[in-house]
Design a protein around this ligand. Structure first.
Ligand code: NAD
Length: 497
């Protein structure tokens, strides 16, 4: 591949090669073949990007812009992305390995995030606080400054769009570190920002590794806000760095989400939820349906139905729109396979799958179903991030809730029943940031999303997300003459009574 084919970072409104000249090889997960080279941004490149974003903030380019116009910029980015949507979906498919239909949906969701927050840009208001006759008091909802955003590889296009949209809508400027395993999608957002005519430096998108580029970004002295979406392990490292300069963070971390299946559940609906919740994007979803807790009275029937669903799923490349697509990398596939081996060693029973498909090129793993998964086991407790579903029976509703809540994570949870009272009782008891009833992935762009417990804090999606991108400041005005002073009050009374 020639050097001219190297994809560069988007810094200060232009495309810049990295100072070091180093490259990251990007492969297609379905073949393992190198399809692209991107620049590996280093400390010098991070400095340039943060300096550009900081300048935009210092000069109040976005801060003083009418919020309606910040919204218009985001609408333009959405239009630019949508105009090349088909082409971008192919890039996302190759970048991540996911099915082309799922990639198309990701483009559509990215566009919707941009438009949703574009529309909200001029609706974020402060308040006026009554403090008596001689004081006027109001709040400002101000941006932080440079928002550093770290994006994972599983939904790189829509996750870049959602955090960027909130930041620009609220007047922050942005430096994004795209994931090294799927860096092409973020560069498509950069291209859309360029086409949309965003002020130079308002959005900067770098490609690079986490422990170098990402670390240099989050510890930069001019970064005032961090949005981290990724694993709990990296989240802890990011928080430790942020603690040094007391930088506020939004932490969107991993999950181990359970669905409770009561004896009266519609089994067709459960099977459909498993099909997408557990296996879409090869199970590489933070809110994947990864633990199925089933009433022991119907456990055999559910297991049989889910088994035949999993065995009926096609396995193959995303471009062929297969149900189970490859994992993002060889390392990820091997990690998932190791988790399956450990599950077996800890007493779980393989119902189907359980191993990597090494006879294929690319990083495929068989759709896997485990029964008799013990609550203390690693498979029950730890995020697998692969096409693996763990089934555990329960005896009664309180046992079900205890099992569902019995992990360190709390991102999503689900309940399947025809009894509305029981569904609502269970939803109330499940300690997770988003609860689904009789379906999976029931949330949307408009519904607040985020973790409780170690799945993180802060919210993305919905109107609540904007709260994480502004800090409230208060202005108090002492009047030289109280509004109810005798001379004024008399005049007012004559006018109004
Ligand atoms: P990861 O934690 O390995 O990496 C996430 C990002 O952090 C990558 O861009 C990586 O390069 C970067 N990074 C690594 N070390 C860093 C450091 N020291 N400083 C700054 N950045 C650093 O996660 P991953 O494997 O890319 O993604 C999968 C994880 O993301 C899963 O745990 C999944 O549940 C989670 N996730 C959460 C959400 C959510 O909204 N809650 C959404 C998608 C994915």
């Amino acid at each position: 591949m020639t050097d001219s084919a190297v994809l560069k970072s988007f810094i200060d409104g232009g495309w810049k090669d990295c100072a070091s000249g180093r490259r990251i090889e990007v492969d297609d997960p379905s073949t393992g073949k190198i399809v692209s080279l991107v620049a590996e941004a280093g400390v010098e490149d991070v400095d340039l990007a943060v300096a550009a974003a900081h300048r935009v903030f210092r000069e109040r380019i976005l801060v003083d812009m009418h919020p309606y116009d910040r919204g218009r910029l985001l609408f333009h980015v959405a239009d630019a992305l949508e105009a090349r949507g088909g082409e971008i979906a192919v890039t996302v498919c190759m970048d991540t390995g996911k099915a082309i239909d799922v990639a198309r949906e990701e483009v559509g969701t990215a566009v919707r995030y941009l438009r949703y927050y574009a529309g909200l840009a001029d609706k974020l208001e402060g308040r006026s606080i009554p403090r008596g006759a001689n004081l006027v008091d109001y709040t400002l909802r101000s941006p932080f400054g440079v928002s550093a955003q770290i994006v994972p590889w599983n939904f790189p296009l829509e996750l870049t769009a959602r955090s960027l949209a909130c930041a620009i809508a609220t007047g922050n400027s942005v430096v994004i570190k795209s994931p090294d395993l799927a860096p092409l999608s973020g560069l498509e957002i950069a291209r859309a920002c360029e086409t949309a005519g965003l002020p130079a430096g308002a959005v900067n998108i770098l490609t690079g590794y986490g422990h170098t580029t990402g670390q240099a970004l989050i510890q930069h002295r001019d970064v005032r806000h961090i949005v981290f979406t990724g694993s709990m392990a990296t989240g802890r490292t990011v928080l430790k760095t942020a603690a040094d300069r007391i930088v506020p963070c939004i932490m969107e971390l991993g999950g181990k989400s359970a669905g409770i299946i009561y004896a009266d559940a519609d089994i067709d609906c459960v099977v459909e939820a498993v099909r997408s919740g557990s296996f879409l994007n090869a199970g590489q979803n933070c809110n994947a349906f990864s633990r199925l807790l089933v009433d022991s009275k119907i456990a055999d029937e559910v297991l049989e139905r889910v088994k035949s669903c999993v065995e009926g799923l096609s396995v193959g490349p995303g471009r062929d729109n297969c149900d189970i697509t490859p994992l993002i990398s060889k390392k990820q596939r091997d990690n998932v396979e190791r988790a399956c081996e450990n599950a077996i060693a800890q007493g779980a029973r393989v119902v189907t799958g359980g191993s990597a498909l090494r006879d294929r090129s690319g990083y495929f793993m068989a759709g896997t179903l485990f029964a008799d998964v013990a609550p203390s086991s690693e498979l029950f407790q730890t995020e697998t991030f692969g096409p693996v579903l763990a089934v555990t029976p329960f005896d009664d509703p309180s046992n079900a809730v205890e099992l569902a809540n019995g992990t360190e994570q709390g991102l999503a949870a689900g309940v399947f029943t025809k009894d509305l009272d029981r569904a609502l009782w269970t939803a109330d008891q499940l300690w997770a940031g988003q609860i689904y009833i009789n379906g999976w992935f029931v949330g949307g762009v408009e519904t607040p999303f985020g973790g409780v417990k170690q799945s993180g804090y802060g919210r993305e999606k919905g109107q609540e997300a904007l709260d994480g991108y502004v800090q409230t400041r208060n202005v108090g005005i002492k009047l030289s003459q109280p509004r109810s002073s005798p001379s004024q009050a008399g005049a007012m009374r004559r006018h109004t009574l």
